[in-house]
Design a protein around this ligand. Structure first.
Ligand code: SAH
Ligand code: SF4
Ligand code: F3S
Length: 473
């Protein structure tokens, strides 16, 4: 005889949420981490619900990045008191820098992991349930683990048709203001064959745009072979993969931008006409103090070479205002160089001293806040002017746009990016285009940060298969 039917309680899987600070490399690390969490049996939390596990993937490039993390942790403290099963993990660059200090300042954190052991986060979270708070920071990556590409293939991507691909980790440069080498370690390149295989798999999954990531992509491969330059070769290999229609990369270092890279950009159809070339300053004395390894003239020469070779090239940059010792005269020199470079857009930063870096010790030369703020405003005006001028040149043109979905500002419109990487909002046709579609759009209006347009024709529908969403949001 069979016994009574046993009713087993179905245990709902635990949910997780990841909050990411910082750069695209960190965003992509979070996508990989999300993939690892899913492989470990957790599911992404539905929007509006409280997750069982919260992971902060942190940044420490400027001081306000640190402040943001501690304020976010503070907000979670009360939530955790009401929900003691909740786990909080802190990983990424700030965790790598502050290590155990995070637990001293926020004792309700369960796990701290660094930039070199992202793959261990799920196991650390499991162990912490029985062992209590754990801090695990490695001083350098385990060479085998850092070559392991499995996490990249499981990555939970925000856009199904566009993917990031990290080709190298760390940085071998010594820019005086920068904490990245201290928290990300020395440059390690992933093998070319692995990258090509990863890109082929992404293409098979329907990805049509790949953004290649590294702190200094030009020096990709320098640590694995004397035969160079490998970056141009990588671009060629990626460009030959069927289905990959757009390739972007960030960031190349101006001192290492080689003619081979420019040639590859000019010759390979899939490589987008977009170059992010961080100038930092246009004053030669400041550039030397920053240890950037190029002069303003050298930068402008390379920029001119790139513009000559690559038609319709969009150029963006990074600028730091108020590096220690930057005088009014030097700032004005910098502004002149910036104006003459005619950037399409720029990320602008106020210098922030990071302890352990050379520039943080130049306390006597720190520039007053008021002076920095005034310079920052003047810089913004120059950059907005050139951004608008560049955008106005596009009005009347027909541009290829990869559709990202309904516009955030107006859901009657669609948004997408041109090959140059510019954001376009355009009127939706009677039948709305799905994200991942490729369309031709006539540009009708220019603002400094976006363009407006009208659909001209649809080039192709999305390449990726429609998936039933994991969770309704
Ligand atoms: N590897 C990239 C830069 C990564 S950090 C490169 O060299 O191009 C991104 C940007 O942050 C830098 O280009 C720089 O403009 C800015 N930045 C880095 N450290 C900073 C600091 N201490 N204060 C202000 N801005 C900083
Ligand atoms: Fe930092 Fe310079 Fe390396 Fe960029 S190249 S990550 S700015 S040290
Ligand atoms: Fe990126 Fe911030 Fe780290 S900019 S490399 S997440 S310090």
């Amino acid at each position: 005889m069979e016994g009574p039917i046993r009713l087993e309680r179905v245990v709902a899987p635990k949910t997780f949420a990841i909050r990411t600070f910082g750069c695209q490399m960190n965003e992509h690390d979070s996508e990989r981490l999300a993939g690892l969490m899913v492989a470990d049996g957790l599911i992404p939390v539905a929007s509006g619900e409280e997750p069982d596990v919260v992971i902060f993937n942190t940044c420490t490039i400027r001081e306000n990045a640190d402040l943001k993390l501690y304020s976010a942790l503070g907000q979670l403290k009360a939530q955790k008191e009401n929900h003691p099963e909740m786990q909080i993990a802190v990983g990424g660059c700030m965790a790598q820098k502050d290590r155990g200090e995070i637990l001293e300042r926020a004792g309700w954190v369960d796990v701290v992991f660094g930039t070199h052991n992202l793959n261990s986060a799920p196991a650390l979270l499991r162990r912490a349930r029985s062992e209590g708070p754990l801090v695990e920071i490695l001083d350098a990556p385990d060479p085998e683990a850092s070559r392991d590409m499995a996490p990249a293939l499981y990555a939970v991507r925000e856009l199904e048709f566009a993917a990031w691909m990290t080709i190298q980790t760390g940085c071998d440069n010594t820019c005086a203001y920068c904490i990245v080498p201290a928290v990300r370690g020395a440059e390690i390149s992933r093998p070319l064959a692995d990258l090509v295989r990863e890109a082929e798999m992404l293409a098979k999954a329907g990805v049509s745009e790949i953004t290649v990531l590294g702190q200094n992509v030009n020096s990709y491969g320098r640590d694995i072979t004397k035969r160079g330059p490998l970056f141009a070769e990588l671009l060629r290999e990626l460009g030959a993969i069927s289905g990959i229609e757009r390739i972007r990369f960030t960031s190349p270092h101006p001192k290492d931008l080689r003619p081979e890279t420019i040639e590859a950009m000019a010759e390979i159809d899939a490589v987008c006409p977009q170059l992010h070339l961080p100038l930092q300053s246009g004053s030669n004395r400041v550039l030397r103090a920053m240890r950037r390894g190029y002069s303003a003239e050298r930068y402008m020469e390379r920029l001119a070479a790139a513009r000559d070779a690559i038609s319709d090239l969009a150029v963006t940059t990074d600028i730091i205002v108020g590096f220690p010792g930057e005088s009014d005269v030097e700032f004005n020199e910098s502004l002149e160089v910036i104006a003459s470079a005619e950037f399409d857009s720029a990320y602008t930063f106020i210098f922030s001293p990071r302890s352990g870096t050379r520039a943080a010790e130049m306390v006597e030369d720190f520039v007053d806040d008021d002076v920095v703020k005034e310079r920052f405003e003047r810089l913004k005006q120059v950059l907005d002017r050139s951004a608008l001028a560049k955008h106005r040149q596009r009005v009347g043109q027909r541009e290829e746009v990869l559709v990202e979905g309904p516009s955030r500002r107006n859901d009657q419109m669609l948004s997408g990016r041109t090959r140059q990487g510019k954001l376009v909002h355009f009127a939706s046709p009677t039948e709305p285009l799905r994200a991942g579609s490729l369309a031709m759009v006539d540009i009708t209006y220019a603002a400094p940060y976006h363009l407006l347009g009208e659909l001209s024709s649809v080039v192709r529908p999305p390449r990726h298969k429609l998936r039933i969403p994991l969770l309704s949001s």
